[in-house]
Design a protein around this ligand. Structure first.
Ligand SMILES: NC(=O)c1ccc[n+]([C@@H]2O[C@H](COP(=O)([O-])OP(=O)(O)OC[C@H]3O[C@@H](n4cnc5c(N)ncnc54)[C@H](OP(=O)(O)O)[C@@H]3O)[C@@H](O)[C@H]2O)c1
Length: 341
């Protein structure tokens, strides 16, 4: 299949006339504990990713210099007169306040800070996170954010790590939510339960992370013994190794990687491709957010292969057979996002 075809399959209309790439570049990896990030090399890598068809970026107010990188990157694009690319690129940031009394001034100030740091007059998308449901101030926060959306300071409003009950609460309030960003992978299929129904009924899309388990769901760990602390050398690997332990054990995980390897060979792709593709097969998933260690490692060409194949029933049955022997994460952790509460 041609490069052109891959690129067109890589684009989705998230909302009316608002197009994003179905692989979003995740910028948590610039915030520390993922290797030393050099700013200039990171900006160069952002240009390469965006030009290769991966033109949507996920970040947050608390991801170290991520919002500041956006400003430098946008200035670089202007200097290079890459105006069409600049118009196409989307930046999705997050507001993650500590639980507190919320006022409209506080909400506006937080959005203003992100706009200034990113060098933008308005935000393409603001994704809201709240740590503690017992503190009901999150309801006010979303009302004020929705006002800013109507005003045009925020183009689209999203959530991150909200469970199905609270997504429903916002829907009932009449707040226009485009997406919820949650963990979803072959080993964490919780979104296929309660969240699936709510998203389908209300046309809310998921932007999903953890699809590669920080790199665990790749050939690198196929038939390897249980990794030790020095092999879990990024915060992401460490986070998802804990998830593997809650899902099952290393033997079952090795079995899963072998099944993924068989599926990968059948489609002439990689284990990483199969892992990300699994989440994109679900119609409520608009995009998978794949973490990028800008200037350190790069998987652009390989990840574009995700758009050249589909998983069939036989593949999904093989994956489900292994998963049927794993622990039930809804029972152990709870619904989407409950791992943060
Ligand atoms: N809302 C939230 O609470 C939340 C939480 C976590 C993450 N996120 C978002 O999701 C993003 C994704 O991060 P994640 O931590 O979930 O990590 P991930 O996407 O599961 O894993 C990223 C790592 O996978 C490896 N990788 C990527 N493509 C590969 C390929 N084709 N072959 C082999 N390895 C490949 C790379 O490792 P190497 O660099 O070592 O090669 C990369 O650093 C974050 O940056 C962030 O934007 C959001």
């Amino acid at each position: 299949m041609s490069k052109l075809k891959s690129e067109s399959n890589n684009i989705i209309e998230l909302k009316d006339d608002f197009f994003i790439s179905r692989i979003i570049n995740g910028m948590w990896q610039v915030s520390g504990n993922h290797g030393v990030i050099n700013r200039d090399e990171a900006i160069e890598s952002m240009l390469i990713h965006s030009k290769s068809g991966l033109f949507t970026w996920d970040l947050a107010d608390h991801y170290g210099p991520a919002e500041d990188f956006v400003k430098v990157f946008r200035e670089t694009l202007k200097e290079k007169e890459e105006n069409d690319l600049l118009k196409k690129i989307k930046f999705f940031t997050k507001w993650v306040p500590r639980p507190q009394k919320i006022t409209d001034e506080k909400v506006r100030a937080a959005v203003d800070v992100s706009c200034k740091r990113m060098g933008m007059d308005s935000l393409d998308m603001l994704q809201f996170h709240w740590w503690d449901y017992r503190n009901k101030e999150y309801l006010k926060a979303m009302e004020y954010l929705d006002d800013l959306r109507e005003e045009g300071l925020i183009k689209h409003l999203g959530l991150t790590n909200f469970d199905s009950k609270h997504v429903q609460e916002f829907v009932d309030m009449g707040i226009k939510i485009v997406s919820n960003q949650v963990q979803y992978s072959i080993i964490d299929t919780r979104p296929e339960s309660l969240m699936q129904d709510i998203c389908e009924k209300n046309n809310i899309k998921l932007l999903v992370y953890g699809t590669l388990g920080g790199g665990l769901l790749t050939k690198r760990f196929l038939n390897k013994s249980k990794p030790n602390a020095s092999q879990l050398n990024t915060a992401s690997l460490y986070k998802y190794y804990n998830m593997v332990q809650r899902w099952g054990d290393w033997n079952l995980f090795t079995e899963l990687l072998n099944v993924l390897q068989m599926i990968a060979e059948k489609h002439k792709v990689s284990i990483a491709n199969v892992a990300v593709r699994y989440t994109l097969e679900n119609p409520i998933v608009a995009a998978a957010i794949v973490g990028v260690r800008l200037g350190i490692s790069e998987h652009i060409q390989e990840n574009m292969n995700i758009f050249d194949f589909s998983l069939d029933k036989e593949d999904l049955d093989m994956i489900n057979r292994v998963n049927s022997r794993s622990n039930n994460l809804i029972r152990i952790i709870g619904d989407c996002g409950d791992e943060y509460r």
